[in-house]
Ligand binder design. Structure first.
Ligand code: SF4
Length: 203
């Protein structure tokens, strides 16, 4: 059985992938309730996250807290993590090698330890990684539920998208209302990812 706290301890000094030597201040492992029913997964730490050692603490993080509040949740109720635990230089996308190493070493074990009912993936990048797809169109999949290895995966828009354009705010609130519905749903209602992905022409 995976122990979340030992995993976090191991990650602190991790140098397994090239991101260890590319200017990170610290490893941002994840934060929140280890028994959360819902886990949020973003792409990787940004400037503020790298400095403070916690995920989603900048402007996008503040909006995430508000969105959680809109469905009656506090940050302490959920668990928040990223695909990669170290900040990529200039906020570039993490490379395939970095993603493979970091997810195999940490993210998948975090999910196994927390056992969330719902995993909400924030934005296109994290959604593709967690769904195990090469790419996804957020316009087509956001707010929908998929099932992979017994868990619900729900791609939602990244809060940063709403910081750039207010027009993206309402779809984001709508995604959160869906998350609340899924949290209250019986597991049998959720469709298998293969079926849904085929319908959407993702394969
Ligand atoms: S990104 Fe992940 S695998 Fe790479 S050094 Fe950081 S913690 Fe280790």
């Amino acid at each position: 059985m995976v122990n979340l706290f030992s995993l976090a301890e191991t990650a602190k000094d991790c140098e397994l992938c090239p991101l260890a030597k590319q200017g990170r201040t610290q490893v941002v492992f994840g934060d929140g309730n280890p028994n959360a029913e819902i886990m949020f997964i973003g792409e990787g730490p940004g400037f503020h996250e790298d400095k403070q050692g916690k995920p989603f603490v900048g402007a996008a993080g503040k909006l995430l807290t508000q969105l959680l509040g809109s469905i009656g949740l506090r940050r302490e109720d959920v668990y928040i993590a990223n695909v990669v635990k170290c900040r990529p230089p200039q906020n570039r996308d993490p490379k395939p090698e970095e993603i493979e190493i970091c997810t195999n070493q940490y993210l998948f074990s975090q999910i196994e330890a927390i056992k969330p009912k719902v995993i909400a993936t924030l934005g296109r990048f994290a959604s593709a990684v967690v769904l195990g797809l090469k790419d996804v169109s957020m316009g087509r999949v956001h707010g929908q539920k998929f099932k992979r290895e017994g868990r619900y995966i729900v791609p939602i828009y990244h809060p940063a998208a709403a910081l750039h354009s207010r027009a993206n705010l309402e779809p984001l609130y709508e995604d959160f209302r869906k998350l609340k519905e899924y949290l209250e749903e019986e597991p049998e209602i959720v469709q298998e990812i293969e079926t849904k992905a085929e319908q959407l022409g993702l394969f």
